[in-house]
Design a protein around this ligand. Structure first.
Ligand code: GLU
Length: 288
């Protein structure tokens, strides 16, 4: 008789995923330090992924600065560093799967059309939603579900493509720090971009593909990305991939309660370091 065996538990694989669009600040340090601490506590592996797909805003000098700052802070990750812009074939394969399944459609509305159409702010899941989060896409703009899709040839890859979210479906996940989180498709967020007409995947698609391909077991990131987590949960399901566990770090605010952002240049790690702050002082300040 064959004994039923549990499949071996995957060991912990986490990742740090900076976007090289500016200098890292204290808020990033706290999130990344938390990610490193959780990987270490689990006896796991930590990968470094550079999210450099926003060609207008990403700069190699910020990748170099991020690696330098995080090394100074005492974080360790497994080499080689993974760079999203070098992984385009993987994202194209995933897009083709979504296309074959009829889960996406081309969209020629501009960001401006969308901004003008959206008057009411959408339901808040967490205070501090990502400043650049997509507005709720009007369901009335969707093409019919049975409409034939253009092929994903060179001209098809030069279109914006959106994922059709299952209207009114309730989604939930349990966050390791924040507890149960819920969202309603079509209300908390609408049809979202998976591909851009500049021939690159959206953050949502690239992130879901990479978290799957790299075998990430837990994603640790800022709470401003909770809404994106729900979008990515839909992508994992559509791509028939298991979703990782999630741990969203509360966002750091300044003395006025305003979220720290890259514009708080005085709190960049590079400036703190240049002003003589030691990594030990910073760890104390991060209070992890
Ligand atoms: N690169 C993203 C950011 O800096 C984080 C993405 C993620 O952790 O999924 O906001």
């Amino acid at each position: 008789m064959q004994l039923k065996q549990d499949s071996p538990k995957p060991s912990y694989i986490g990742r740090l995923a900076p976007s090289p669009t500016g200098l890292l600040h204290l808020g990033h340090a706290r999130t990344f330090a938390l990610a490193a601490a959780r990987a270490q506590a689990a006896g796991g592996t930590l990968l470094m992924r550079i999210d450099d797909l926003d060609l207008d805003r990403c700069r190699p000098k910020f990748t170099a600065a991020a690696l330098e700052d995080l090394t100074w802070l005492g974080l360790h990750w497994q080499n080689p560093v993974i760079t999203q812009s070098e992984r385009l074939p993987l994202y194209r394969i995933a897009l083709a799967r979504l296309h074959d399944a009829g889960l996406i459609y081309p969209c020629d509305r501009s960001r401006r059309d969308l901004a003008e159409a959206v008057s009411a702010p959408h339901e808040s899941i967490e205070p501090g939603q990502a400043a650049d989060d997509e507005p709720l896409y009007p369901a009335a703009w969707r093409p019919a579900a049975d409409q034939a899709l253009p092929a994903l040839d060179a001209s098809g890859l030069a279109l914006n493509w959106r994922f059709r979210v299952p209207d009114k479906r309730e989604l939930r996940f349990d966050d390791a720090l924040l507890g149960p989180q819920t969202a309603t498709c079509g209300r908390s967020f609408g049809d979202f971009l998976v591909w851009r007409k500049d021939g690159l995947p959206s953050y949502q698609l690239a992130c879901a593909v990479d978290d799957t391909d790299l075998g990430i077991t837990e994603v640790v990131r800022g709470a401003d990305l909770i809404r994106s987590t729900f979008r990515q949960l839909l992508l994992f399901e559509a791509l028939d991939a298991p979703a990782p566990a999630y741990c969203h770090a509360p966002l750091l605010t300044d003395e006025h309660g305003i979220r720290l952002a890259k514009r708080h240049a005085a709190l960049s790690l590079a400036t703190l370091r240049a002003n003589g702050t030691t990594p030990e002082e910073l760890w104390t300040r991060l209070a992890l």
